[in-house]
Write a protein that binds this ligand. Structure first.
Ligand code: NAP
Ligand code: GLV
Ligand code: GLV
Length: 290
């Protein structure tokens, strides 16, 4: 084949790329591309494109939906009503029923102040939260614009009431949130992940929840997808689990498909695709199938 349109579930390794002698471009239908060996593709002169920007809003909104579901025990409360426990109690409204935590005045810690992380920060301001962030590059431009403060990772984990992850999965971010880092968090803290599952060591997270190092978690992404329903993480009431639906809105999926097509069309015309990941590939081969 000449071109590949891929999903994040397609494993595109170097072995596959070396065998695809005619392959010139991989157009990924996602912003994350940790499923593709981009270094190898670049060496072989294969263009790799992704879908940044068009899914920022949907993923940031889902992050807030998940965050609030954990903070206010929405899923647990729904089950309480649906499965008759509320009915059996006969109490109706009760001063101590399903208590959660509020956001105003709390500190949100954002790991990765990129497109999605920045949008999450903007929304946090509407809730009256203080926002701190960690990123591999300090972003002073964004600090002013968004009203956020930089912290190194360990300080962020110590200070934040809620931590939300928005870094890509790379060799550097794999298991970035491990046992040692989870121990640094507040016992009352909540951890939200809509980036990639393997940024968190899930075994360590299960241990943290079991032993009460943190108070809850919301996970849209998992180290292994689909998540095994018998996985230890599914046992906790204070964890909300979603099936990787960050960008799953009608509007965004439509725009993602358009952007995949735009990348392929530009390449076909011999132009540099609008959202090229491996910019260095142009030194290896010119765009186009000719
Ligand atoms: P982005 O704009 O590239 O933001 C990522 C940020 O993380 C950037 O500021 C980046 O810095 C920083 N970063 C990279 N490596 C780092 C490291 N080792 N340590 C600290 N910071 C690091 O990407 P985005 O569009 O916001 O998307 C972020 C991720 O969300 C994607 O990669 C994808 O995995 C995930 N995602 C998930 C869903 C879902 O369905 N749940 C939907 C969309 C995206 P640089 O600018 O220096 O690279
Ligand atoms: C979804 O997870 C994406 O990376 O677009
Ligand atoms: C709750 O429903 C209240 O009125 O305070």
């Amino acid at each position: 084949m000449d071109a590949l349109a891929t999903l994040l579930t397609d494993k595109i390794d170097c072995n596959l790329l070396q065998q695809a002698k005619k392959l010139r471009i991989i157009a990924q239908y996602a912003v994350g591309y940790d499923n593709i060996d981009v270094e190898c593709a670049t060496r072989l002169g294969i263009y790799v494109t992704n879908t940044p920007g068009v899914l920022t809003e949907a993923t940031a909104e889902l992050t807030w939906a998940l965050l609030m579901a954990v903070a206010r025990r929405i899923v647990e409360a729904d089950h309480f009503v649906r499965w008759g426990e509320w009915w059996r109690l006969r109490t109706g409204w009760h001063p101590k029923m399903m208590l959660g935590v509020e956001l105003k005045g709390k500190t949100l810690g954002i790991i990765g102040l990129g497109r999605i992380g920045s949008r999450v920060a903007e929304i946090a301001k509407a809730f009256g939260m203080k926002v701190i962030y960690y990123d591999r590059n300090r972003r002073e431009d964004l600090e002013k614009k968004l009203g956020v403060e930089y912290r190194d990772l360990d300080t962020l984990l110590q200070e934040a009431d809620i931590v939300t992850i928005h870094v890509p999965l790379t060799k550097e971010t794999y298991h970035m949130i491990n046992e040692e880092r989870l121990k640094k968090m507040k016992r009352s803290a909540l951890l939200i992940n809509t980036a990639r599952g393997a940024v968190i060591d899930t075994e360590a997270l299960a241990k943290a929840l079991r032993e009460g190092w943190i108070a809850g978690a919301g996970l849209d992404v998992h180290e292994s997808e689909p998540l095994d329903p018998n996985h230890p993480i599914t046992a906790f009431k204070n964890v909300v689990l979603l099936p990787h639906i960050g960008s799953a809105t009608y509007e965004t999926r439509h725009r993602m498909a358009e952007l995949v097509a735009e990348n392929l069309i530009a390449f076909y015309k011999g132009e540099i695709p609008p959202t090229l990941v491996n910019k260095d590939v142009v030194k290896v081969r010119k765009p186009g199938f000719g």
